[in-house]
Design a binder for this molecule. Structure first.
Ligand SMILES: Cc1cc2nc3c(=O)[nH]c(=O)nc-3n(C[C@H](O)[C@H](O)[C@H](O)COP(=O)(O)OP(=O)(O)OC[C@H]3O[C@@H](n4cnc5c(N)ncnc54)[C@H](O)[C@@H]3O)c2cc1C
Length: 450
C-alpha cells in the first residue's frame, strides 16, 4: 500500500510503496520514494535529499520506453506536475515548455497558436523530456530525430545547479544533452522549433518487398514522410505516404481498419498461435489481405496522422542502420526466417528513415539512416518466444553497422557503444563532469557506461 513520507525539512513529500511499470508492462521497478515536484526548487530539494542519503535518482516521463531505461529502486521523479507551456514565439515558431509536458497536451496548445511539431512518433502520451532523451524518431529522410527540433534546454545537474544550453551557450553540453539518456541531470525546460500548423494526407497502398526495395530512392523522394510495413513470412508490403496538404479532413480508410473487430480478432488469433506457432505466417498474410490490400487515404491534422494505434502490449527492437544498407539488411532477415521456419515473426516490420545529425549519441549521428522496427505482441499479456529472432536480428544489425534505439531493449554494452559512436568518450566525459557520483545511473545505464 502507498504511504507518504515527509523529508527532514517537511517541504518535499515522497511516496513509498509506488510500483512503476512501463506502458508494455515488460519492465518495472519499486522506487523507495516517488516524487511529483511542482517546480525547480522542489527538484533541487529532492536531489539534495538523494545526496544526503546516497540515493540514485531517475526521472520518468510518459513511462513508454520498452526497456528498463527509466527504472530505479531508489528515488523516482515524475514531472507530470511540471507541464506548463512557458512561452510561444509565433514569429520564430518556437515553444518553450516544462519538460514534463506530454506531447498530447502540447499538440493541442500549439494548434491554438497556429503551430505544430514538425514530426512526431506513433504516440503522444510521452513527455518532452522523455522523447528527446532516448532519440525518439519518426520517418522522413529530410527530417532528423525529434531531438534535432530542440533549440535550447535547461537542466538541473546533480549539484543542484541549473545549466542552460543551446548551439551558442554550453554548446558541447548541448550536443550531448539533446539526447541525454536521463543521465546528465533533470531536464527542466525545452525550447522546440515548430512549424506552422498543417494537415497531412496519408495514402496507404499495397506493394511487394522487391518493388519497394528496388525503388527505394523514388519512394523516398515521392513523399515527405515515407515508410513501409513488411509482413514477415511473405513478400507483402504496405507503403505509407504522408504529405502536407491544403485539403480538408476526410477518410477513405477501410471500415475494418477502424473497427475493433480487427483488433480483437488479431489478439485472439495471436494468442491461439502461442500454442500452434505455424499459424503466424498465415495470420500475417490474412491480416494483410483483410486490412492492407488495395489503397486507403485520409486527411487530418498533422499529429493525428503521425500518431497511430499501436494495438496491444508488445516487445520491440528498432535499430538504425546506414540508409544504403536497407535492402541488404531486410533481405538477410527475410532469408534467415525462411531458413528457420521454427522461428516466427509478427507483423509488421516497420521501416522508417531519418536524416543524419550531429548529436553525440544519436543513432543517426553523421549518417542518414533507416530504422527497422521488429515486433512481437503479447496477446492478453502472454509472452511469445522471441529470443532467437531477437538475437539474429541484432547480429544482422551489427553486421550492418547498426545502432540500437536507446529506449528499446537491446543487449549492447559499453564495448559496443564505443565502436558505434565516435562521440561516446566525449559524452561520457561530459556525464562524469556533470554527475561525478553517478546519481542519475541505473542498471540499464551501468551497462552502457561500465
Ligand atoms: C506504443 C509506443 C509507441 C512508440 N512509438 C515510437 C516511435 O514512433 N518512434 C520512436 O522512436 N519511439 C517510439 N516509442 C518509444 C518512445 O518514444 C520512447 O520510449 C520515449 O522515450 C518515451 O517517452 P517517455 O516520456 O515515455 O519517456 P520515459 O520512458 O518515461 O523515459 C525515457 C528516458 O528519459 C528519461 N527522462 C524522461 N524525462 C526526463 C527529464 N525531464 N529529465 C531527465 N531525464 C528524463 C528517463 O529517465 C529515461 O531514461 C514508442 C513506445 C511505445 C510504448
Amino acid at each position: 500500500m502507498a504511504f507518504d513520507i515527509e523529508t527532514t525539512d517537511g517541504e518535499v513529500v515522497g511516496q513509498g510503496g509506488f510500483k512503476f511499470q512501463n506502458w508494455a508492462q515488460t519492465y518495472g521497478s519499486s522506487p523507495e520514494l516517488y516524487f511529483q515536484p511542482t517546480c525547480a526548487e522542489e527538484v533541487k530539494e529532492i536531489l539534495e535529499l538523494a545526496r544526503q542519503r546516497t540515493k540514485r535518482v531517475k526521472v520518468v516521463g510518459g513511462g513508454h520506453s520498452p526497456s528498463d531505461i527509466a527504472c530505479t529502486d531508489d528515488f523516482m521523479i515524475r514531472l507530470d506536475k511540471m507541464h506548463r507551456v512557458l512561452k510561444v514565439d509565433k514569429e520564430k515558431k518556437q515553444v518553450t515548455v516544462e519538460a514534463g509536458i506530454l506531447l498530447s497536451e502540447l499538440n493541442e496548445v500549439l494548434t491554438k497558436y497556429g503551430l505544430a511539431l514538425s514530426n512526431i512518433g506513433a504516440v503522444s502520451e510521452v513527455a518532452a523530456g522523455g522523447v528527446i532523451g532516448t532519440g525518439t524518431h519518426n520517418t522522413g529522410i529530410n527530417h532528423g530525430i525529434l531531438a534535432t527540433q530542440v533549440v535550447s534546454l535547461t537542466m538541473m545537474t546533480a549539484s543542484g545547479e541549473i545549466l542552460e544550453c543551446s548551439e551558442s551557450v554550453n554548446a558541447d553540453i548541448f550536443q550531448a544533452a539533446r539526447l541525454h539518456l536521463g543521465c546528465l541531470g533533470v531536464i527542466l525546460t525545452v525550447t522546440l522549433q515548430c512549424r506552422s500548423a498543417f494537415r497531412l494526407q496519408e495514402i496507404q497502398f499495397s506493394s511487394t518487398l522487391p518493388e519497394v526495395l528496388d525503388n527505394l530512392d523514388s519512394h523516398l523522394k515521392a513523399s515527405e514522410f515515407f515508410r513501409f510495413f513488411w509482413f514477415p513470412h511473405s513478400e507483402n508490403v504496405s507503403v505509407m505516404y504522408q504529405d502536407p496538404t491544403e485539403k480538408l479532413p476526410y477518410s477513405k480508410a477501410s471500415w475494418f481498419w477502424d473497427s475493433f473487430v480487427g483488433y480483437y480478432l488479431l489478439e485472439f488469433l495471436l494468442w491461439i498461435s502461442t500454442f500452434i506457432s505455424s499459424l503466424v505466417p498465415p495470420i500475417n498474410r490474412f491480416f494483410f489481405w483483410l486490412l492492407f490490400r488495395g489503397r486507403s487515404e485520409r486527411v487530418d491534422i498533422s499529429y493525428r496522422v503521425f500518431n497511430f494505434d499501436c494495438l496491444f502490449k508488445q516487445h520491440v527492437q528498432d535499430w538504425a542502420i546506414p540508409i544504403e544498407k536497407t535492402k541488404e539488411a531486410i533481405l538477410q532477415l527475410k532469408s534467415w526466417l525462411e531458413r528457420n521456419p521454427n522461428v516466427v515473426a509478427h507483423f509488421p516490420v516497420e521501416v522508417r528513415f531519418a536524416r543524419g545529425d550531429d548529436i553525440l549519441l544519436s543513432p543517426c549521428h553523421q549518417r542518414d539512416s533507416c530504422y527497422m522496427n521488429i515486433i512481437m505482441y503479447r496477446p492478453y499479456g502472454k509472452d511469445v518466444p522471441h529470443e532467437e529472432y531477437w538475437l539474429e536480428y541484432e547480429k544482422i544489425m551489427k553486421r550492418m553497422e547498426g545502432r540500437p534505439h536507446w529506449a528499446k531493449a537491446h543487449t549492447c554494452t559499453r564495448k559496443d557503444f564505443v565502436k558505434m559512436y565516435p562521440g561516446f568518450p566525449k559524452f561520457n566525459n561530459i556525464r562524469e563532469k556533470l554527475d561525478p557520483t553517478g546519481m542519475f545511473l541505473n542498471p540499464y545505464l551501468e551497462k552502457v557506461f561500465y
